[in-house]
Design a protein around this ligand. Structure first.
Ligand SMILES: *[C@@H]1O[C@H](CO)[C@@H](O)[C@H](O)[C@H]1NC(C)=O
Length: 256
């Protein structure tokens, strides 16, 4: 049984190197306009996660990326630079799935309501979510994951990386992770290849045929595939309900 590792990263000091996607390459700048970079402030320190725009005022990420204060940057390629395409926005409310379990990482999904709408342009726009629970994601499907996480056990990056990964049969993850749950998780990444999501990629999307199907959740601590992704399709009713509720709260607040 593998030791599990949540794929979030502590921000390291300048000069120190962090980790990211393994076996990938630098993305063409702004070819993933839905990608968001999250900085999370907690008493223990500052951590980073990925996330993705699902609407002009909502970012989706993993529940384990929750923190006291979260800032969102969209339109970025190099997160250490001040690029003109970047929009930095605070989070108004961060709602973790109520059944998120910190022991076995089930229901690892969170919605961030932004304090204002992003300005949509070529570098910034939301990604589609699955339409219904009926759509099946077959093993073998080729998908992409993007992130600013580590490129090896010890090496980091400032520029967005991308990697293509194949959806695996559930058995591949059941054999590796005791906590794998077929109904709400997707098993991703061929165990015979040296390509996977890693520390710092948490919360980023698995995009298959232009639809966000998964959220980077956890993997093996030695950075070998497969990794486990939250299955977005199984949370559609919660996603719709939560967005509607938060929007109502905001409207009520504006009128008060
Ligand atoms: C995760 O933990 C919860 C609460 O203890 C439990 O109900 C659920 O069955 C667990 N799931 C897995 C896959 O271990």
């Amino acid at each position: 049984m593998q030791q599990l590792l949540l794929l979030l990263a502590f921000i390291l000091l300048p000069g120190d190197e962090a980790e990211k996607i393994i076996g990938g390459r630098e993305a063409r700048p702004h070819s993933y306009p839905y990608m968001a970079y999250l900085l999370i402030q907690n008493p223990e320190g500052l951590t980073a996660c990925g996330g993705f725009l699902v609407r002009e005022d909502f970012v989706m990420t993993a529940a384990h990326c929750w923190g006291r204060s979260i800032s969102v940057t969209v339109g970025a390629h190099n997160i250490q630079r001040r690029e003109r395409t970047q929009q930095r926005i605070n989070v108004r409310r961060a709602i973790r799935h109520p059944d998120y379990n910190t022991q076995n990482f089930t229901n690892d999904i969170m919605l961030l309501q932004l304090s204002r709408r992003i300005r949509r342009n070529k570098a910034v726009s939301p990604v589609a979510l699955p339409r219904g629970a009926g759509e099946r994601l077959r093993p073998g499907t080729l998908c992409t994951v993007a992130g600013w996480g580590r490129v090896s056990l010890s090496r980091g990056t400032n520029v967005l990386q991308e990697v293509q990964l194949r959806v695996q049969g559930d058995q591949t993850c059941r054999n590796r992770f005791r906590t794998f749950t077929t109904q709400t998780q997707i098993c991703v990444g061929n165990p015979r290849k040296r390509k996977t999501a890693f520390k710092g990629d948490s919360g980023g999307p698995l995009v298959c045929n232009n639809v966000a199907q998964g959220i980077v959740s956890y993997g093996a601590s030695n950075g070998t595939p497969p990794a486990v992704f939250t299955k977005i399709k199984s949370f559609l009713p919660w996603i719709r309900r939560t967005m509607r509720h938060l929007q109502c709260l905001t409207l009520a607040g504006a009128q008060a």
